[in-house]
Design a protein around this ligand. Structure first.
Ligand SMILES: [Zn+2]
Length: 107
């Protein structure tokens, strides 16, 4: 791999150029734990955890149900705390379609 800034050959998995110290390559976006607004059953905690960890939401719900059955008060309290602490997913605005036409001068 070559640095886009100084043009020198650098390590293929490098995140920063060793010569000019500029960030190179793809940096994975930072993940956030959210309670999604869609696909939730109760509070969206399990759905949010499934998205965060990249697991199937059904598996995460089954783990929550098992945890509830095995540790009845503890898992319930943890779910309520997660429901309160984990923020709701920010609203997504619909993509803009078309172009905004500038008002034509009135005569
Ligand atoms: Zn460089």
């Amino acid at each position: 791999m070559y640095c886009n800034f100084c043009g020198r050959q650098i390590q293929d998995d490098a995140a920063v150029c060793a010569y000019c110290a500029r960030p190179v390559g793809y940096a994975a976006p930072k993940r956030h734990l959210y309670r999604p607004t869609e696909g939730r059953k109760i509070g969206g905690v399990a759905a949010g955890m499934a998205i965060y960890f990249g697991e199937d939401v059904t598996l995460v719900r089954l783990i929550w149900v098992l945890a509830l059955l095995l540790t009845i008060p503890l898992a319930f309290v943890l779910y309520i705390i997660a429901w309160i602490v984990v923020p709701e997913e920010p609203l997504r605005l619909p993509a803009a379609t078309g172009t905004v036409s500038s008002p034509s001068p009135q005569t």
